[in-house]
Design a protein around this ligand. Sequence first.
Ligand code: GDG
Length: 742
Amino acid sequence: MSETPKKCRLIIVSNRLPFTAKEKNGELHFGESAGGLVSGMSSFLKTVGTSNSSLSEYLWIGWPGGTVSEKNIEELKSIARSKYSSYPVFLTEEEMDQFYLGFCNKTIWPLFHYFPTYTAYQPDMWQQYKKVNQVFAQALLEVVQPDDLVWIHDYHLLLMPNMVKSRAPGALIGFFLHIPFPSHEIFRLLPGEWRKDILEGLMGADVLGFHAYDYTQHFLQCVVRILGHEHNMGLILTTDRVMKTDTFPMGIDVDRFISALDDSATQNEIKELKKSLPGVKAILSVDRQDYTKGILNRLEAFEILLESHPEFREKVVLLMIVVPSRIGVDRYDKTKKEIEELVGKINGKFGSIGWTPVVYQYKQVPFPSLVALYHVSDVALVTPLRDGMNLVAKEYVASRVDNTGVLVLSEMAGAAKELGEAIIINPNNREEIAAALAEAVSMPIEEQQRRNRMMRGRIKRYNVIRWANDFLSQLLAMRDVQNKFYVKLLSEPIKTSLVSDYRKSVRRLLFLDYDGTLVPFVRRPEMAKPSDEVSSMLRMLCENKKNTVVLISGRDKATLGQWFGDACMTLVAEHGIWVRKPREEWKMFKEQSADWKPHILPILEQYGDRLPGSSVEEKEYSLVWHYRGADPEQSNILAHELLDHLTNFTANIDLQVLRGNKVIEVRAAGLNKGSVGLHILSSESFDFVLSIGDDWTDEDLFKVLPESAVSIKVGIANTHARYTVQNIQEVHRLLNAFAGKA
Ligand code: GDG
């Protein structure tokens, strides 16, 4: 009988909890808190604990919406737990304001929505942002248990995944960003330390989700350019971790909108609305009051429509709901004023006794009224200048149960990727919006239905429950993906037994690669000189008479001779072409010819000239094109091109062309670290053989070593080595333990 998979608990973390708790006269008062995330997640959370769900229960962590005094903390915690399955994060209103109205909404929000001129770069705001992220991380650490799934939401908590991962490495963490992730050109406007911390913060997640493919690509582009990590189909392997990025367009709870239409409250609203709109077509506009939503552009476009199409006067009404938001941020207060002035201007210019062109309401309307508005409006006008997704567009389409109605939608909203049958407009072009409105109000019913049928089908299929399940199943699947990579990790017990085997042995052979194994990579290879720590560690290993230490590298013999000439170890240069035993001269391992070099060198030099930051290294019997210092995206394209070029060129010559870690190397075929390593191994009888390396060239050696040998790859990857370690520091720890300095 197959075993039923164990259910786990879900922990959601977001800035705000799904309820508010405020103190009045020393007493706690509870209320509901609204918003797209809360309503979307609430629909999904109803499925938690049911027989179809892989989740047993959930806990929601966030700020409850007010300052709570010491004496009420326990009561709040207890009600939060029992009534709302929540765990509150305690911050005062003042701290929250500095955070939310500061870095969140004066830096991240404008910049990520492509408003660099509205963006503030204030160090004190950044400090507060870091501090609040720490407070949230701490709250999570107080409750998280080993098998929990953690799902952190949105731009307020960009640093949190890494803060949690570094203190609870076993926790499975998902992160979803509800706003756009901007292109590198925009993201790089942040000061260096901030952008690095933000990317590293996000990379602490095991799965990182975005609404749209473009945002995922932008993030990956920033990661490669700023942190230098490449990806493979969204999977990023750093030396010590594997994480994944993917696109999950958020859906809505379609049934909630459909069934709300049957409620008497909604029906009454519909009746009232219809009465107030006799013989006119209604155009609906609903958003939070935010400069990203393009409310002004929308009004200007409506003005152009009335100007250029007098036949629509007295025949159309713009129902404009603007929901108060982020009051206290200057930019928002200013936008509100501008909207109200323009509404006044349009109504003054075109209005008549029986007709108000723009019916403007600055308030949050109750849910039944919202559904009624969706139902009676002939057109929904959604024109954000940037929007992560935009749920209003989806909700309008969902509420049109007879498939009538026209959606005019900005191409800058994530939703436009899924709702291609809408009339798609560029929100910066008022004339285009006005033309779209004219088309919308005149569109034949059959055409409206044809378009909506397709969109509704899609929205129903990929609803909010499917969205959340998709995200969480990918998160759960990450355990297996990571295990494949982590299975070889050198654990403490294995390390202890290796050290014990080492101490018991009497003839030891140690193959050590240099760059990326003993010292980190640097931009210019000549700068990777051994540190005092590395030199003294090598000296201690060499001075032990039981050890034969072989430094086996791709470097040229001049550099190795200069750095390690005095050490009593064997040096192998150019990946096995040259060998130098202690206190002897360099000898060629196998006779080589360099006749081919003049033919290949100009090709590499041409690529060196084409790609700034790349360079050509000429060794005696090999040539290398290095591109670590070059633009990562351009260099990837050119590296492919060069590989192609060289592979064709060398088809009939006995050469090998190898792509390594930011290098392409050309050298004679049939010689590698494996062949020279085996030769040294067979020269004596050893009872302890170890090989450590980080690169593809070390795989040649790992592959051919006998089973009794210990091979260790630095960095997580698919490898022939028996074990992996996560970084250079671990190599140092192991070698120091051998040398008795653990
Ligand atoms: C962020 C991203 C992304 C609006 N007015 C009223 C009301 N609403 C509800 C709507 C909708 C939600 O609020 C707004 O969601 P949006 O997606 O349109 O926009 P943001 O608030 O900016 O949300 C956005 C979203 O996160 C989800 O990831 O799509 O891009 O910016 O559900 O129905 N609800 C009620 N009265 C109103 O007056 N009851």
